[in-house]
Design a protein around this ligand. Structure first.
Ligand code: AMP
Ligand code: MG
Length: 413
């Protein structure tokens, strides 16, 4: 029997990061960055005004106050998007808009509110007054966003392996990165097996059940940024399973569910080993003890258990890290917290992923309650769970108050 960590270590040794591809920035959200990004230029690229007002030399308005304002002639107008043609002459002011480049010679911006110019007259194309009355002194640098204040040219902006967020897309846009190097998405083929299975849209007839695993595993793959390729439902026949695997051999990974429990393995095993190898492992995990892993052709193959909770938990524990390795994701760790068990729980000594509801106690401690049935066939136990409480190997009784790690589904808790 393998421990969870041994099994995972062995699985991960079969995966390497996929190649880089370049995608338009508009399509890069949620993708994994394949190379570090360094700034090609400063941000902002030029010193500019942080407000609507008047660009001045701070020294020229040092004596200004509400009681004794200083009047300066206006020597220019700088709307955003323009570039001042001449430097600011000493003893004058230029009207300037937020984001517009600071003229050479100026070192501060007086906000329009501190002048006799009215903000409502400050609109684009409003006539430029002859002079302006400055009612407050400003220090050098006031109202100025220096060149490179946000990002300096050459600086490391985003590290490889990062899953791109909205703000990341924004900074790439600001730096003019229109094509983004990302890791190719893994194509993950998914096969449901079992004579009892019908697709979700089919009318249920006696003795049959709807295929839960197929579409749920597609969603698991999608969530990580992979491309699910559903192969449909194969009946329990070697030919049927083999022909579907054949059609999917060019995928990056193949998953199948069911047919790996004792006695039922033969169909999947025979189909896979016609063109590859398959080891059936007993892994010290609950739910999901039987787990098959091998290769179909050159493609890594996971035979996940058939019970839906086992299929989804073993996906989380074994397939998810493998896909994140294919994706070169820097942060593959599952979001975890420590929770206190709020009602007695039991395990059979295997590493157990118990479906729990979580509540915050008044002192901030997370409390874990069982979702009820822990049957590996009961998908509702996952639906109602806020997370998976990880009961370590060897622990059979879990008394109230035991503090254990919990894999969080809902991070708002
Ligand atoms: P098996 O591994 O074939 O013995 O299946 C174990 C259990 O999982 C049985 O109760 C199956 O009916 C159930 N099962 C297998 N595949 C699926 C599936 N795709 N959706 C829902 N239940 C399944
Ligand atoms: Mg079966």
């Amino acid at each position: 029997m393998y421990s969870v960590d041994e099994a995972l270590g062995h699985i991960l040794s079969h995966f390497e990061r996929l190649p880089t591809e370049h995608v338009p920035l508009e399509e890069a959200f949620g993708r994994i960055l394949a190379q570090a990004i360094h700034a090609a230029h400063d941000l902002p690229p030029f010193p500019n005004s942080a407000l609507d007002g008047y660009a001045v030399r701070a020294a020229d308005v040092a004596a200004a106050s509400a009681e004794s304002p200083v009047r300066l002639p206006i020597s220019g107008d700088i709307p955003a998007g323009s570039f001042p043609q001449a430097p600011l002459q000493a003893g004058t002011a230029m009207r300037i808009m937020t984001g517009a480049p600071l003229p050479e010679g100026a070192d501060a911006v007086v906000p329009v509110e501190q002048t006799d110019d009215a903000p409502n007259r400050f609109a684009l194309n409003s006539p430029l007054p002859q002079s302006v009355l400055i009612r407050a002194a400003v220090s050098a640098g006031n109202g100025v966003r220096p060149v490179g204040e946000d990002v300096t040219a050459g600086a490391l902006v985003l590290e490889a392996g990062r899953r791109l967020r909205a703000a990341d897309i924004g900074i790439l846009a600001g730096l003019g990165v229109a094509r983004v190097p990302v890791v190719r998405r893994p194509v993950v083929a998914i096969l449901s097996t079992g004579d009892e299975l019908l697709p979700p849209h089919a009318l249920l007839v006696k003795g049959k059940i709807h295929d839960v695993n197929g579409v749920a595993l597609c969603a698991c793959v999608q969530e990580l940024g992979g491309v699910p390729r559903f192969l449909g439902i194969a009946p329990d026949s070697v030919e049927a399973v083999y022909s579907r695997l054949e059609a999917a051999a060019d995928s990056d990974v193949i998953l199948s569910t069911a047919g790996v429990s004792v006695g039922a393995l033969d169909v999947v095993k025979e189909a896979v080993t016609r063109r590859g190898t398959l080891g059936l492992w007993r892994v010290n995990i609950r739910p999901g003890k039987p787990l098959a892993f091998g290769k179909f052709g050159n493609t890594p193959f996971f035979g996940l258990p058939g019970n839906p909770v086992s299929a989804l938990v073993t996906f989380d524990v074994f397939v998810r890290p493998a896909l994140l390795k294919l994706l070169g994701a820097a942060h593959a760790d599952l979001p975890q917290a420590i929770a206190e068990v709020a009602e007695p729980m039991h395990s059979d000594g295997r590493r157990t992923y118990a479906r729990v509801k979580l509540r915050r106690a008044a002192d901030g401690q997370l409390l874990a309650f069982s979702t009820g049935t822990q049957s590996s066939g009961a998908i509702s136990s996952l639906v109602n769970a806020d997370g998976l409480l990880i009961i370590p190997e060897g622990m059979t009784e879990v008394p109230i108050g035991t503090r254990l790690p919990v894999r969080l589904f809902d991070q708002t808790l």
